[in-house]
Design a protein around this ligand. Sequence first.
Ligand code: V0D
Length: 257
Amino acid sequence: MYSIWKRWYKKNASSNADYDRIQKIKQSEVPQHIAIIMDGNGRWAKKRALPRVAGHHEGMKAVRRITRLANQLEVSILTVYAFSTENWKRPKSEVDYIMNLPQEFLGTFLPELVAENVQVKMIGEPEGLPVHTLGAIKRAMEETKENTGLILNFALNYGSRAEILSAVNKLVADSKDGVIGEITDDIFSKYLMTSELPDPDLLIRTSGEIRLSNFMLWQAAYSEFWFTDVLWPDFSEEHLMEAIEVYQNRSRRYGGV
Ligand code: V0D
């Protein structure tokens, strides 16, 4: 390897041991699409006697760390579940705080995303989001639309049953126009919000809950699952590498024929 590249990677990894671990992971099959349910932000704050919003803020920093590493690992798509359709039930003050996070995140991080060739995308219902939230995200999508590296896909105001029902309704409308014959797996997938994306290979959920909670019900049909008790704000590069290594060992055992 050219030493200039090696220096670049070493600068971005926190130690030589990380550098070697990253190289080893990249020599094997890296999951193309990783999806993460970022749970445990409130619990993280409670443990420290901090307000819940402090946990969300710290969780935002974890998104940055994990994005950087996913990009280094040459993952194609990182989908993070940032806000579910259920989350509107939380206290208004908490929702208001959360809705400012995209602006804060992008205010400091967007130049780096642009420079590092990351493309920002979103799935979920844009309708109902505050204009300042949607404005920040739209700007990020616009400024990164020509980028060809990692796709950082935010699931925001997203719920999978609503997504499936909306697909069914669109299909019914199209079939009335007579455009549709027999509906196959591939045709149905094209009606989902993830139509442009491959299904997740690896789905991670933090904070000890072992369920999907209305996240990518259709898309996760064949995903490998990795669950951890680690709370999302504590989720580090170390944990992502562990999840990927477990994934690689599973595909070594079950893969092939
Ligand atoms: C709160 C843990 C980054 C989950 C992460 C509006 C709960 C921190 C974003 C973000 C949230 C979204 C879009 C974008 C740039 C950044 C974010 C929300 C919540 C919901 F283009 N963190 N983050 N969005 N949390």
